[in-house]
Design a protein around this ligand. Sequence first.
Ligand code: KMH
Ligand code: ZN
Length: 286
Amino acid sequence: MVKTLITVAPTGAEADKAAAPSLPVTTNELVTTAKECEAAGAAVIHVHIRDEQARPTLDRARLTDTVAALRDATDLIVQLSTGGAVTDSFEARLGVLDAAPDACSLTCGTVNFGDDVFANPWGFIKDLYQLTQERRVVPEFELFDLGHVATLHRLLAEFGPPAGGHVHCDLVMGVPGGMPGDLPTLTAAVAALPAGATWSATGIGRTTLPVMLGALAAGGHLRVGMEDTLSYSRGRPVARNAELVERAAQLATIAQRPPMASGEARVFLGGINQPPRPPACDASRR
Ligand code: KMH
Ligand code: ZN
């Protein structure tokens, strides 16, 4: 029995704080959310940050401080988004690795993204991948479409295995312009993955539940959070990210695959080191 890796994506770059007041946008809100989600069963946190006006930013100092704050407060694997917002430059997105996270997202192709385009040309993908190898940051391959799986194969064939040696993917389904969040597509995408790869899936908006149930049935792992859905059920806004993690953990437990602790997830994802934690109290200061 393989336990279930649960990733929480609490913020994203798209949702508006004014329209979704429970969206965590400050460092304090993010840390509080992270602690609640860890207690509920998450092992990985996929992080986008916001500026003082709650707008998405890739400010390096802020990213570095956020990584430190999350490490101080939790044992979660800190995965920074290199996708950012559709308006972010490739240079700024590469610069995310300067914040030295445990892991990062790495999207394997361009995709229509509602009325926008989320641009990930081959040149950027290979530069980012080589940078993850150089910095020993574990990538999670984000696959929004079946064509992205072909690019993942090309990446591995040309540049070899990722930091840690293990390939873990996330199927992002139901983005308007990307692959639909349904079972035939999930099955096709999983069948096309490289041998030995593990995968999570997340369904955007109303595809959240079918994708989660399908992923559990197919032996996959889960990503949930307010980046992906702002509704807990029809007409009921998400009150806290942790309730999405709690529901995922309950369903995983019913499926006889309870949530993986973060320590287990560090091994599962290819040996991500436990970051040094500050001592609970410093005896030398007494
Ligand atoms: N915000 C989207 C444009 C990622 O985090 O790597 C891209 C995204 C993917 O969220
Ligand atoms: Zn993201």
